[in-house]
Ligand binder design. Structure first.
Ligand code: GLU
Ligand code: MG
Length: 467
């Protein structure tokens, strides 16, 4: 369970002593430096690093970094809001020592996610990890609800590096093909070993559909931990690939056409150890609260897309009939609905039942994505929102009349549409807080402007190696 308390100047209780012991252990294992990581509004993971000997100081006083990155675009240009984007000011980055881990794929380095506070000790309003800790705390305090969460990671493995930034798939065989598994046998075995050494519980690893594509899924954790692990796994996938002379792309669409890289979110709500998605009299065993939670997610989907598909390139991926879930609908095990209800197999439903949100890619800041998803679900839960009828099959096959009758709508087809929906969604904006919500709007519109002159292939190329 993630520490939900904010960092404080001088360190969270016990952290400095603990950092001292960790320093000794890490130094003994040849760890020279610590990577301090967070994900910015645009979805780019930004880091500072400190020598291992400075860990205790970082745990006590944090490490300085400008707040300007909250309004960085993916191409490193900067936009501004009323409160963010200025060259002034500084923040303190505090590592979460519970999550500190020696990096198996990067000998000599350890890694930890950070929370950011001001120099005066207040939580930084632009810190997305803090926003997620807040809403998880609120769910526990106001509703007695906790969550289990996970993020699937799809990525494309290429032979690299190609001089012109092109992507050359590292495998040639069919989707889910044994040939791909054999071709990258050493890489994937090293990846599994690295995850295990880092204490990451992998559920599955398989060759996926698109050119060079693989997928990894990890065990469910609390949402903050799940977001942390998603960042760490991607760092690991990239590092291990580099040691094999391979390059990786987590871009929503490696190419303009065809199936993209998803980053589907999984979430279940629990109360007192009971899974609300499997212990009720509602559809597929959902409690009435779980049904309303799902209804809330479906109701907020348009706005949520601004958090879960935050790149102009996300909309190359978000196309019908490619399992990206681009319709406002839910269905049991329906891979074309935005919300796929998973019951789990008989005998496992109490543990396995959850909802999967599909219109999510890995340009998404995972902390923002989970904050939005939980806010949407809690909005449904608190208003006892009725869950609409489920759909089966591909909504793309419905006639316009059938779709209207079923309340099925196409999700935004562009980032600007999604941001306009987000801007109008009071509940999601409130979950982020005004500073972060304004940053989301400014950064997304900045991204849209930055690629206005590009055609689809140029757009895919622009973001191919960014995330
Ligand atoms: N690659 C698909 C996507 O863009 C997902 C395939 C799957 O359902 O695993 O989300
Ligand atoms: Mg997949």
């Amino acid at each position: 369970m993630t520490t939900l308390a904010d960092p404080v100047p001088g360190g969270r209780p016990g952290d400095v002593k603990r950092a001292g012991a960790l320093t000794e252990d890490l130094s003994g294992r040849g760890v020279r430096g610590i990577v301090l990581a967070y994900v910015d509004t645009a979805g780019v993971c930004r880091v500072k690093t400190v020598p291992t000997a400075k860990l205790a100081s970082a745990a006590a006083w944090g490490v300085g970094m400008s707040p300007v990155f909250d309004t960085f675009l993916a191409n490193d240009s900067i936009v501004t809001t009323d409160t963010l984007g200025s060259p002034d000011g500084d923040l303190r980055l505090y590592p979460d020592l519970d999550r500190l881990v020696a990096l198996a794929g990067q000998p000599g380095w350890a890694w930890a996610p950070v929370d950011r506070i001001t120099q005066e000790g207040a939580p930084h309003p632009g810190c997305s990890r803090t926003a997620l800790r807040r809403i998880v705390t609120e769910a526990a305090e106001l509703h007695g609800i906790s969550f289990k969460a996970g993020i699937e990671i799809e990525w494309a493995v290429g032979r690299g590096p190609a001089a012109d930034g092109a992507f050359v798939p590292a495998v040639s065989g069919p989707a889910y093909g044994a040939t791909r598994q054999v071709e990258l046998s050493d890489y994937t075995a090293d990846l599994l070993a690295a995850c295990e050494e880092q204490g990451i519980e992998v559920e599955q690893l398989h060759p996926e559909y698109a050119a060079g594509q693989f997928e990894i899924s990890t065990a469910a954790l609390d949402p903050v931990a799940a977001a942390d692990v998603s960042v760490l796994v991607r760092q690991t996938i990239r590092a291990v690939a580099g040691r094999h002379g391979l390059v990786v792309s987590f871009a929503p669409s490696v190419f303009a056409e065809g199936v993209g890289n998803g980053g589907h979110l999984h979430l279940s709500a629990w109360r007192a150890g009971v899974n609300l998605h499997s212990s009720g009299e509602g559809r597929y065993g959902m409690t009435s609260e779980a049904e309303s939670f799902v209804a809330g997610v479906v109701a907020h989907l348009h706005a949520l897309t601004a958090l879960t598909a935050p790149s102009p390139a996300s909309y190359l991926r978000l196309k019908p009939s490619q399992w990206a879930g681009v319709f406002t609908a839910w269905g049991r095990e329906t891979r074309e609905a935005a919300v796929r209800i998973i019951t789990g197999t008989t005998g496992l439903t109490d543990r396995a039942a959850n909802l999967e949100l599909k219109p999510v890619d890995l340009a998404a800041n995972p902390y923002l994505a989970f904050t939005g998803l939980i806010a949407a679900g809690l909005d449904g839960l608190t208003s006892s929102a009725p869950l609409p009828e489920e759909i089966t099959g591909d909504p793309a096959m419905l006639t316009p009349d059938e779709a209207a009758a079923a309340g099925v709508r196409r999700l935004p087809t562009s980032l600007s549409q999604a941001v306009k929906a987000f801007r109008a969604d009071e509940r999601l904006r409130a979950a982020l807080g005004p500073a972060l919500a304004d940053a989301v709007v400014a950064v997304r519109f900045g991204e849209v402007d930055s690629v206005a002159d590009l055609d689809d292939e140029q757009l895919a190329a622009a973001y191919r190696w960014t995330y």
